[in-house]
Design a protein around this ligand. Structure first.
Ligand code: AMP
Ligand code: GLY
Length: 431
């Protein structure tokens, strides 16, 4: 089978690593992939790479798919989904893992999702969508601190402001409405602050059937103790103790299934992986947000735990095959991931600093290094080439062992220009 994989980061490296283990895969086309992913090639697996094709460039990706004629296109990141890549590939008769643009609105428009949740009685924070400063100020006055403001559209994880201060909330609203995130912040969702514990559930969907995978917990803030700016995620683990079978069932019944049914009802069925970001308080889950793709770095720990072949599962999502798919089998042990990021992330970073010790990091079979933003020179020298740069992931008998295995790997890496959190798993481990 030939698969085209869209994306560049640690999530896509983990997907490629897992797919490369499948006897079904003969050829992988990376669009654009990264240098480390190319090294998954073997006698049984041919890998080609299109380093000039941006993962956001829908037209270029469609042209590539037309010329390489894959059996399946797997889309990692959200921008191309929101931009209609799946629609165009479907029109060409190509199987796609990932939703079309209308279904991707569950991530690409927070206003759409809030309105949808209200109409379908899906538990979520009380909110209002506003498009003028006056409306924003009037609604903020009715709330109490902390205030939560969200840009309606995609803003690379930076479009959420949470502040205790009403004056600051009003100033942020003005700044966003004045175009801080361009068109993405021409509307804002202002919502009630939720308390509780966050967790994420990943659900495979084929438009008709939904199959829950497992849960994970992310660490969104840059620094230890959940301080510093929000990032794309600095580390995570799976399973999430709070998402036990009973809670997973509740999330499926109260949140995911009504969502999927509502999407069918309005003629935009969802296929791909639905990432439900949840806040759980007093045993009651509420939806914080949906993403329409795997989480990064959550995908890395999911792939470590998944024992089944990934390819039939992705293909089933693309071809309405989930109802007859063999149940997925999961390693019941824990997996964790520590993200190593360039100094300055999530703000401006400099590229090109040299990293050594990566091979030593993965010397134990429990540890797996996924590359998120690196460059590898012809002589094998690895340098930083992005904000989030390396993902050190590991399994273990329990969470504490998985985390210890990750940090044993991290210790081997020499990189003076990077940083990482030293407390991945602290909430669950502290209990
Ligand atoms: P989002 O991009 O919507 O996931 O928001 C980023 C992060 O902000 C979430 O992971 C939460 O930690 C936090 N957050 C978002 N909405 C709320 C809310 N209504 N109440 C409390 N925290 C929130
Ligand atoms: N780690 C959070 C995300 O992928 O959105």
């Amino acid at each position: 089978m030939k698969i085209m994989l869209v994306g560049t980061g640690g999530r896509e490296h983990a997907l490629a690593w897992k797919m490369a283990q499948s006897p079904l895969l003969a050829e992988l086309v990376l669009a654009p992939g990264n240098d480390a992913m190319e090294k998954l090639a073997s006698n049984n697996l041919a890998i080609s790479r299109q380093p000039e094709t941006s993962a956001d460039d829908v037209e270029a990706l469609v042209e590539l798919a037309k010329s390489c004629k894959p059996d399946l296109v797997v889309i990692g990141p959200e921008n191309a989904l929101a931009g209609g890549l799946a629609d165009k590939l479907n029109d060409l008769g190509i199987n796609v893992f990932g939703p079309n643009a209308a279904a991707a609105r569950l991530e690409s428009s927070k206003a759409f999702t809030k309105d949808f949740c209200q109409r379908h009685n899906i538990p979520a924070a009380r909110s209002k969508t506003v498009s003028s400063e006056n409306e924003a100020n009037d609604y903020l006055e009715t709330l109490s601190a902390p205030y939560v403001l969200k840009a309606d559209g995609l803003a690379a994880g930076k479009g959420v402001v949470i502040t205790e201060d009403l004056i600051e909330a009003k100033a942020s609203a003005k700044q966003m409405l004045d175009g801080q995130f361009g068109e993405a912040s021409s509307k804002l969702v202002i919502e009630e602050f939720l308390t509780g514990e966050e967790a994420s559930l990943f659900v495979l969907c084929d438009g008709k059937t939904a199959v829950p995978m497992v849960g994970a917990q992310d660490h969104k803030r840059a620094f230890d103790g959940d301080t510093g700016p929000n990032t794309g995620g600095m580390g995570c683990y799976s399973p999430a103790p709070i998402l036990d079978d009973e809670m997973t069932d509740k999330v499926m019944q109260q949140i995911v299934k009504p969502t999927l049914a509502g999407m069918v009802e309005q003629g935009t069925p969802f296929s791909g992986v639905l990432y439900a970001g949840l806040m759980i308080d007093n045993n009651q889950p509420k939806l914080i947000e949906y993403n329409v793709r795997f989480g990064d770095p959550e995908c890395q720990v999911l792939m470590l735990r998944l024992q089944s072949d990934l390819i039939p599962a992705l293909m089933a999502c693309a071809t309405e095959g989930l109802a007859t798919m063999e149940p997925l089998s999961w390693d019941q042990r824990s997996a964790a991931c520590v993200v190593m990021a360039a100094n300055g992330y999530p703000r401006t970073v400099s590229k090109g600093s040299i990293i050594t010790g990566i091979e030593q990091a993965s010397i134990s079979p429990a540890v797996k290094v996924f590359h998120a933003g690196t460059k590898i020179s012809v002589n094998g020298e690895v340098s930083a080439n992005g904000g989030r740069v390396l993902n050190i992931a590991a399994s273990g008998e329990d969470l504490s062992q998985a985390v210890a295995n990750c940090y044993a790997g991290v210790e081997q890496v020499n990189w003076s220009q990077g940083f990482y959190r030293r407390d991945i798993g602290w909430r669950a481990l502290g209990k």
